[in-house]
Design a protein around this ligand. Structure first.
Ligand SMILES: [Mg+2]
Length: 121
């Protein structure tokens, strides 16, 4: 089964995302910020990470930069969740090595499609 780690500081968004990804057949795990995310990536070895940008302790950009500089984590596919209006966020995320980005609020269908695409690569 394909493992997906959802890294987001919002309880509500994590729950919604988890619900939709589980329903689509993925094995889903949660992390509450970038630091927690890195720890769980090392433990769980997910194929895909869904990564929020705005988070305490370590934000999505910091987390992504650390992932791409770490041989153990650099192969994980990353979907960055950017805030509406943060036009530079998507560009910044791609520059740091994100595979895809989705702008909040995103549809569950688009998220499932994005995860499916990356999981198949
Ligand atoms: Mg957030």
């Amino acid at each position: 089964m394909i493992k997906v780690l959802v890294v987001d500081d919002s309880d509500v968004l994590r729950k919604i995302t988890k619900f939709n990804l589980k329903r689509a057949g993925f094995e889903v795990y949660e992390a509450v910020d970038g630091l927690d995310g890195l720890k769980k990536m090392r433990e769980l070895k997910p194929q895909v990470v869904v990564l929020d940008v705005m988070m305490p302790n370590l934000d999505g950009f910091g987390c992504l930069a650390k992932m791409r500089a770490d041989v153990e984590l650099s192969g994980i596919k990353v979907i960055v969740l950017t805030a509406k209006g943060g036009d530079d966020d998507a560009e910044h995320a791609l520059k740091l090595g994100a595979d895809k980005f989705l702008t909040k609020p995103f549809s569950p269908k688009n998220l499932v499609e994005a995860v499916n695409e990356l999981a198949r690569e």
